[in-house]
Design a binder for this molecule. Structure first.
Ligand code: ATP
Ligand code: MG
Length: 330
């Protein structure tokens, strides 16, 4: 809507995890390094956790682009509350196997044959489980069993588990201890600091052809960082709205006051309780503290699609404005 006004080639702050927009913050780079290290080891589990909206899925997509496909066959599943049977079926389907009419034992047999045949071609299977905080204890156990497939001490499949902070807490449970022993690296992805928030915003804008229009006035980035706590998804939400507001107001600048206004507007529209707003822990990228679920932020706890939507009233307003402009031009 505002893209043409600012001369952008597309929307800079979409909420989809698009690897084309990947910005390598210190935390994201380190997490990638852990994943790559894990790949190199060729066995066991690598665990990546991070705040809601911190960029875990984006990270995984970025990694998938970099893995050498002639060596590694990667499959990704997004975990809902799968039980053991469903998990095994989902994993098999993600590797392209037909599981119709087969029970769990038969599917496991088929997976093993598949992994062995990859191995004989000099390739290795990599399973990525996103939203791992949703895994049930039985599903985790099945993943552990999969990691037992071996040929002459070589693992046939390796797994990356990617999840929200609760997953970290899950790993501390007694029933997880066997899985824990097989984790070869883990990393907690924290938020961006203020300098990274600026670089992140400019990186996304530059990708769509931004040439300092609109310009961020002194204090604007500081306000964005403070109000979003440096969490990329929240930064996207607020920046998208700031751009829309600048367009609607026919303005070429974004100020700290605009940011506060938009933030308040989002609170009202999304029904966010002000007492809880952005009440997040301020962890570092390698923070050892495990943020509790109760601290999960309210902006992100609404479904992603509702947090992206600008309100209908504003869209109507914008369409009207465009129609008026077109009439003036015509
Ligand atoms: N390093 C990054 N570079 C560019 N964009 C990013 C980066 N990290 C996150 N984003 C953006 O932030 C938003 C949220 O990212 P993503 O969906 O990857 O987060 P997540 O940690 O997987 O969230 P969830 O906990 O809900 O699964 C997306 O719009 C994504 O494009
Ligand atoms: Mg995700």
């Amino acid at each position: 809507m505002y893209e043409a006004h600012f001369g952008f080639t597309s929307k800079p702050f979409q909420l989809v995890p698009d690897p084309d927009f990947f910005y390598g913050s210190r935390g994201h780079k380190r997490a990638l390094a852990y994943l790559e290290y894990g790949l190199h080891q060729g066995e066991g589990f690598i665990v990546i956790t991070g705040e809601v909206g911190a960029g875990k899925t984006t990270l995984v997509r970025n990694l998938l682009r970099r893995v050498p496909q002639q060596k590694i066959v990667a499959a990704q599943i997004v975990s809902t509350q799968l039980d053991a049977q469903e998990l095994v079926r989902t994993v098999a389907s993600s590797f392209g196997l037909n599981t119709e009419g087969l029970d769990k034992t038969q599917i496991l047999g088929r997976l093993e044959v598949h992994f062995r045949s990859l191995y004989s071609e000099g390739r290795r299977a990599l399973l990525i489980v996103d939203e791992a905080q949703n895994l049930t204890a039985q599903a985790v156990e099945e993943l552990r069993m999969l990691s037992n497939f071996q040929i002459e001490a070589h693992s046939l499949v390796q797994s990356f588990l990617v999840g929200q902070p609760e997953f970290r807490e899950m790993m501390q449970r007694q029933e997880m201890r066997q899985l824990k022993q097989r984790i070869i690296a883990s990393y907690h992805l924290g938020p961006l600091d203020e300098a990274e928030t600026r670089a992140y915003i400019e990186h996304r804008l530059t990708k769509v052809g931004w040439q300092e229009n609109p310009r961020f006035q002194k204090g604007a980035i500081e306000a964005i960082h403070r109000l979003t706590d440096g969490v990329p998804r929240r930064i996207n939400t607020i920046c998208d709205r700031l751009l829309l507001a600048a367009f609607l107001g026919n303005s070429n600048e974004i100020t700290a006051a605009n940011t506060e206004d938009i933030f308040n507007e989002l609170n009202v529209e999304l029904g966010i309780n002000r007492d809880h707003q952005f009440a997040l822990h301020r962890g570092t990228n390698e923070s050892e503290s495990t943020p509790s679920n109760a601290q999960a932020d309210s902006l992100n706890s609404v479904p992603a699609n509702s947090s992206i939507e600008v309100s209908l009233a504003r869209i109507a307003e914008a369409l009207e404005l465009m129609a008026r402009r077109q009439n003036t031009l015509g």
